[in-house]
Design a protein around this ligand. Structure first.
Ligand code: DOR
Length: 427
């Protein structure tokens, strides 16, 4: 908590995709808002956060994470997930509804909003697309939207019934919230556990062909064209999916897309040795796919970077590859891992936009720029600082990450939520 009403972020380098600001400034924060931005400010009685040599940008927004509450509080809670989020520079996170029970009604959405009041950052619930995520009956969108659901999705499962998907997209025209599609044809993916190809054959594991994604992305885009409905495609992994989205955007269809940080960082090789920490849904793909996804992020075909933070217990992960659940945690590592893209011709401003202005646009949230009068949701980031991601330091309640032991470059120094210091780096 902040000790004083006034906070001065001194001499940080602002990088703000909303306003295009790119230079050293002082930022004064009063009563939770940015009150002044100037090359140099002299302020009496302000708490000073020295930021010379550090970057200052808007708080990150994660469109896609799993918080496991209600139902699996042993793996994560809204509070523990939010604590991990602010350590990673996130000030707003959107949680998927595949909890136990699923978030498929107004009471469940209200429960998340109530719990989120105690959390270190803003938590925005996503409601189920179908009742109990069963893929047969539409969930009650009106009441969930009224309670604060920001989007609708059966993430974790593909909506196989095309008529149901059509109706869900039609309803987006009424409630003005996107449908988020886990586009992976489950009848084709079946019991697959990794990318289908030479490596899956070598490892003797059932594969998921890339066409499972291509088929459903094509279907969903076709249904968006049919209905005019707002479609957001979750965690894309393949070159073919990117090409379909590129064509859809050319036709000016209301379609947006995201990629996870892990799908940009790892390839299918990460599962070698039957490493269950690298088992995710959809699966990690090939080097070529990673290159295409990076290019698509750069040219705007893919709008956002997300974590798909998916906590799982050690007991569940420490089993045979085929039986282990899919998913890895990601909130604390997303920013430094994404920052590696700046070595690959993606500009720092573009990385920040993919985590701030663009997800805000996908959800139709208010603008998030660093401007006088704006809510002070900010990150102070040291792009040079190297640190080792160690199990003992993980804030998330679950530790399932293939990045444990990695030396990461780039560290969040402060995260401010509504002008309050929600996270301060211990080193
Ligand atoms: O890897 C994943 N884990 N992908 C999903 O779509 C769901 C998630 C989970 O809930 O564990």
């Amino acid at each position: 908590m902040v000790e004083e009403m006034k906070l001065l972020i001194s001499q940080g380098h602002l990088l703000d995709p909303a306003t295009g600001r790119d230079g050293t400034c002082d930022i004064l924060i009063e009563d939770g808002r940015i009150s002044r931005i100037k090359k140099s400010l002299s302020v009496r009685k302000a708490q000073v956060l020295p930021a010379r040599g550090l970057l200052v940008f808007p708080g990150l927004i994660d469109l896609h994470c799993h918080l496991r509450e209600p139902g699996r509080e042993d793996e994560e809670t809204i509070e523990s997930g939010a604590a991990a989020a602010v350590a990673g520079g996130f000030t707003t996170i959107c949680c998927m509804p595949n909890t136990e029970p699923p978030l498929d009604n107004k009471v469940a959405i209200r429960f998340v909003k109530d719990r989120a009041r105690q959390a270190a950052c803003r938590v925005l619930p996503i409601g189920c697309l179908s009742v109990r995520r069963e893929g047969t009956l539409l969930a009650p969108y009106g009441e969930m939207a009224a309670e604060g659901a920001v989007a609708f999705s059966d993430d974790g499962s593909c909506v196989m019934d095309s008529l149901l998907m059509r109706r869900a997209l039609e309803y987006t025209l009424l409630h003005q919230r996107p449908v988020i599609s886990h586009a992976e044809d489950f009848s084709l993916a079946r019991n697959g556990v990794m990318n289908e190809g030479a490596l899956s054959v070598k490892l003797g594991l059932p594969g998921i062909p890339r066409q499972a994604e291509e088929i459903m992305v094509a279907r969903d885009v076709a249904l968006s064209a049919l209905t005019g409905g707002r479609l957001h495609l979750a965690h894309l992994t393949t070159q073919e999916a990117v090409e379909i989205v590129r064509a859809a955007k050319k036709r000016r269809l209301p379609v947006t897309a995201e990629v996870t940080v892990h799908h940009l960082t790892l390839t299918e090789e990460a599962v070698l040795g039957y490493n269950t920490q690298a088992k995710v849904s959809p699966p990690l793909r090939t080097r070529r796919d990673v290159e295409v996804l990076v290019k698509a992020l750069k040219d705007g075909t893919i709008d956002c970077l997300v974590t798909d933070h998916a906590p799982h217990s050690d007991e569940e992960k420490e089993t045979g590859f085929e039986n282990a659940p899919s998913g890895m945690i990601g909130l604390e590592t997303a920013l430094p891992l994404a920052w590696r893209l700046t070595l690959k011709d993606v500009k720092p401003m573009e990385v920040i936009a993919a985590f701030t202005t663009r997800p805000a646009m996908v959800l139709g949230l208010p603008p998030v720029g660093i401007e006088e009068g704006q809510t002070a949701d900010l990150v102070v980031f040291d792009p040079q600082k190297e640190w080792v991601y160690r199990r003992e330091k993980v804030i998330s309640r679950s530790k399932n990450s293939p990045f444990l032991g990695w030396t990461l470059k780039g560290r969040v120094v402060y995260t401010l939520v509504g002008g309050q210091i929600a996270y301060r780096s211990p080193d």
